[in-house]
Design a protein around this ligand. Sequence first.
Ligand SMILES: NC(=O)c1ccc[n+]([C@@H]2O[C@H](COP(=O)([O-])OP(=O)(O)OC[C@H]3O[C@@H](n4cnc5c(N)ncnc54)[C@H](O)[C@@H]3O)[C@@H](O)[C@H]2O)c1
Length: 464
Amino acid sequence: MKIHRRKFLTSISMLAATTAFPINAFEFGKPKKLKIALIGTGIRGTSFWGKRLVDEYSDILEFVGLCDNNPGRLAYGKTYIGTSCPTFTNFKNMVKTTNPDLVIVTTKDSTHHEFIIKGLEMGCDVLTEKPLTTDESKCQAILDAEKKSSKNLIVGFNYRWSPYATKIKELLQNKSIGKVVSVDFHWYLNTYHGASYFRRWHGLMNGGGSLWVHKATHHFDLLNWWINSEPNEVFAYGDLEFYGKNGPFRGKSCRDCEHAPNCDFHWDITTDERSMALYANNEQYDGYIRDNCLFRDEIDIYDKMSAQVKYTNNTILNYSLTTYSPFEGWRVAFNGTEGRIEAWQDIPYNKTSTISEVEKHTKEMEQTNIEESQYEPMILHKLWSEHETIQVEMEKTGHGGGDKRLHDKIFRNPEIADPYGRTAGIRDGAMSVLIGIAARRSIEKGSPIRIGDLTDLVPKTERS
Ligand SMILES: NC(=O)c1ccc[n+]([C@@H]2O[C@H](COP(=O)([O-])OP(=O)(O)OC[C@H]3O[C@@H](n4cnc5c(N)ncnc54)[C@H](O)[C@@H]3O)[C@@H](O)[C@H]2O)c1
C-alpha cells in the first residue's frame, strides 16, 4: 500500500489517531528520510526542533536546510544542531533549493504566518511552533492558505502530551464528574520565567501578541481540549502594573546596567554560555538584546490578566495569568454535575520536596532523556462521597514529559493509539489563539468579544 505524505500528516494533525499509519508505510519511509527545513534558529529551533531531532530520529529524518535572518545565530545553530545541511537567510531560496517535505517554523510569533503561508504555497507540509499566530487577520490568512493548499499544517502543542494533563482529559472524557459546567484555571509565572518574557520580543505586543497569546495559547488549548468544546465569547481585564514603565529605574541591558547591585531581576547573561553563543555574540547583525531591561519604557503587554470565557456548550471558564509570582505553578478545578476535580502543579505549599524557582524553568525546557519521574496528585471528589487522591506518574523535564511524547507521535510512532485526541491541527491552533486575541480586543473595547466575529470559523458545541 502506498500512502501519500499528505495522508500521513493529516493523520498526525487531524486527530485520526487510531487510523494513523506507521512511518515506514510512507513514501519517505526507509531508506528515504523525511526532509526537513527549519526557519528560526533560536533557542527552541536549535534545541527541541533541532538537536533533539538529530539526536533521536536521524534514522528517519534529515535536515536539508536551516534559515534565519541573523547569519551569526544561523551559523551557531547549525553547529549546535549537528547537521551539515546548507544554511540560508532567505526562506524562499531555502525551500526552492532544498525541496523539503516538511517546513518547521520556530521564528518569533508575529512572523509565523509569513512562513506557514509561504511554506504551504510552495508545496510543503508545515509544522509551526505555538502560537499559530498573533492576530485575527493573520489567522484568517493562514486558514485561507491551508484551504487552498493540498498540504497540511501541524501545531506543536506539547502540553497536552504530559501524563498529568492527559489524566485530567481521561477523567473528564470518562464523565467522572458528569457534565462539566464551570472551570477555574490560574497560572502563576514566577519572577524568573515570568520576568524573562519582559526581557525580549515577548514584551512587545507586535512580537508575541502579548502573553494572552504567546503564553496563554498553551492554556487555552488545554482548556478547549479538556472542556471538549469551542469558545464562544470572551470578556477580559488586564493591565501593566509591575514591569516596563512601572520599574523604579531602567538601564540598557543587564550586562552594563548601573542599577545591577540594586535590581532583584539582574541577570548576568555572561555566565550563561548558550545564551551568549545564541544571542549576545550575534547582536551586531540585528540588535536582538537578550538581556534587555524588563523595566524599559517600550514594553506594552499586560503583566496581569483575567478573563471569563463562555464555551459554546455553556461551560464557563474563569482564567487568570500572573507574571510576577514568588513561585511558578498552576491550579485548575472543574465543577461537574456529579462532582469536582482539583489539580495543580508546582505549588510549593502542596509539596513535600521541590526544586528552586531558578531551576524550575530550566527543568521544564530541558530536553534530556534521563528519566526523572515522580508522582503528582490530583483530587477527584464525587458528590456525596469521600474524595479520592489520584497519583499520576510524570516527569519534570521537557514540559512534564510532553515534549518527547509529541515528537514520538509525529516522527517515530504515528500509529500509536491516541484515545485522548492529543494531536492538534489548524483548528485547535486557531481556537486557542482566538481566545487570547479576543481577550486583548475585549480589554481595548471594554466589552465582550465573540469568537465567531474574528475569523470565518464558527465555534462548535463539541470539538470534533
Ligand atoms: N512549545 C513551547 O513550549 C515553546 C517553548 C519555547 C518557545 N516556543 C516558540 O518557539 C518560537 C521561537 O521561540 P524562541 O524562544 O526560540 O525565540 P528566539 O528569539 O530564541 O528565536 C527566534 C529565531 O527566529 C529568528 N527570526 C525572527 N524573525 C525572523 C524572520 N522574519 N526571518 C527569519 N528568522 C527570524 C530570530 O533571529 C531567532 O533566531 C516562538 O514561536 C515561541 O513561541 C515554544
